[in-house]
Design a protein around this ligand. Structure first.
Ligand SMILES: Nc1ncnc2c1ncn2[C@@H]1O[C@H](COP(=O)(O)OP(=O)(O)OP(=O)(O)O)[C@@H](O)[C@H]1O
Ligand SMILES: Nc1nc2c(ncn2[C@@H]2O[C@H](COP(=O)(O)OP(=O)(O)O)[C@@H](O)[C@H]2O)c(=O)[nH]1
Length: 223
């Protein structure tokens, strides 16, 4: 199997399971999961310059300006140059995809196609552990203790932008912005789309696809 470092992206609307799928890929293949939304929320909590600027956009469910998120992600990617990585939530626009093009050639783009009604239901039941970005769902993967993170015992919160009004705006904006990004990756032959309403059914196909590029952490070969 090639020893080249994997450069992968997961695309999909809010609630499509990007975070869940990325978490599973990161665990199964030992690669870095880099979530743009998580970095922005960390900056907001730290009240950094980027955080202060980004806060108003996140609260309204709007995309942060391209130059802001691009500089955040370029800084993070620079730190991870020597590792396999997987991007979640970036690029979201053609301008961002072009910025990413300038620093790497993508090997794999996973595109999650999930029906709108399913997205709305999932987001209203989503809870997160803000410090780690761990994601729960009150039906799909509830925490052991209601409202509490399994690992740290700290409280879980619901994101402001998972409220119904913000969700509708986010889903509309996603469609507009993502179309040219999806077309770009399709034209390059790196796009792999998966449709369905259940992550558990999509996951085996994603696992097989990623296995064709990187060795699983727990495979016999890896031991
Ligand atoms: N690549 C990006 N470009 C612009 N804004 C972004 C980008 N990534 C994240 N954001 C901002 O951060 C918010 C949260 O991002 P995140 O990726 O966590 O959530 P989302 O995709 O909107 O929802 P979800 O986690 O449900 O997919 C977005 O609504 C947007 O305001
Ligand atoms: N009911 C259900 N919930 C899911 C499924 N897959 C993921 N979720 C939950 O749906 C919410 C959105 O998933 P997430 O991975 O955060 O998606 P993202 O917004 O694309 O990053 C989270 O609360 C997940 O736990 C699924 O197959 N069924």
């Amino acid at each position: 199997m090639a020893s080249k470092l994997l450069r992968a992206v997961v695309l999909g609307p809010p609630g499509s399971g990007k975070g869940t799928v990325c978490q599973r890929i990161a665990e199964s293949f030992g690669l870095q999961h880099l979530s743009s939304g998580h970095f922005l929320r960390e900056n907001i909590r730290a009240k950094s310059e980027v955080g202060v600027l980004a806060k108003q956009y996140l609260e309204q469910g709007l995309l942060v300006p391209d130059h802001v998120i691009t500089s955040v992600m370029m800084m993070e990617l620079e730190k991870k140059q020597s590792q396999h990585w997987l991007l979640d939530g970036f690029p979201r626009t053609l301008v961002q995809a072009e910025a990413l093009d300038r620093i790497c050639d993508l090997d794999l783009v996973i595109n999650l196609n999930i029906p709108f009604e399913t997205l709305k239901d999932r987001l209203s039941a989503r809870w997160i552990h803000p410090a780690s970005g761990r994601v729960y769902n009150m039906e799909f993967n509830p925490p052991d203790v209601h409202g509490i993170d399994d690992i740290t015992g700290e409280p879980l919160i619901q994101r402001e932008d998972d409220k119904p009004d913000a969700v509708a705006v986010r889903l509309r904006k996603y469609k507009e912005a993502a179309k040219p990004v999806i077309e770009l990756y399709k034209s390059r032959g790196v796009l792999h789309s998966f449709s369905g309403t259940e992550t558990n059914k999509i996951w085996p196909y994603v696992y097989t696809l990623v296995s064709s590029k990187v060795r699983p952490v727990h495979s016999k070969e890896a031991n």
